[in-house]
Write a protein that binds this ligand. Structure first.
Ligand code: FES
Length: 139
């Protein structure tokens, strides 16, 4: 096996080795981010949160169902996928009116899921919901 030297890869590191490592690092990054798990669950008709658990001007993340439920204004509830549109991490926190992804810093508004800060380029998918009997139910 010949191992030619790749410019910029450093002494003794061949092209094949460099490509292998880059691929492995990419795979690990995706695995760590939960990449490939972007398919939204069918939550139609399900109660996904208790209204009392959702702070006004904030929200709560539900990792099991991969949704984030927000209450931008008193009595107005929204629900979005908790899967970041950048590389598929589950968003990590809600504060200051923003849903924040811990992986690369993307931020989305609690009002409509639109991108406020990249690298994500597209909004979080919204689930239509209604408040019903103290719960938040996907329509
Ligand atoms: S996966 Fe969310 S910012 Fe990259």
């Amino acid at each position: 096996m010949t191992d030619e030297v790749t410019p910029g890869a450093g002494p003794g590191i061949g092209r094949r080795t460099a490509l292998c490592c880059a691929g492995a690092a990419g795979a690990m990054l995706l695995a760590g981010c939960g990449g490939g798990d972007e398919k939204p669950k069918d939550l139609s008709g399900r109660e996904i949160a208790k209204a009392a658990d959702i702070p006004v001007g904030g929200g709560k993340i539900y990792p099991d169902t991969k949704v984030v439920v927000t209450q931008p204004t008193q009595g107005s509830y929204k629900a979005f996928t908790a899967v970041c549109t950048h590389q598929g991490c589950t968003v990590g926190s809600v504060s200051g009116g923003l849903i924040k992804c811990p992986c690369h810093g993307s931020e989305f508004t609690i009002a409509d899921g639109s991108v406020q800060r990249g690298p994500a380029k597209s909004a979080l998918k919204e689930y239509p919901v209604r408040a019903e009997g103290g719960g938040i139910v996907v329509i």
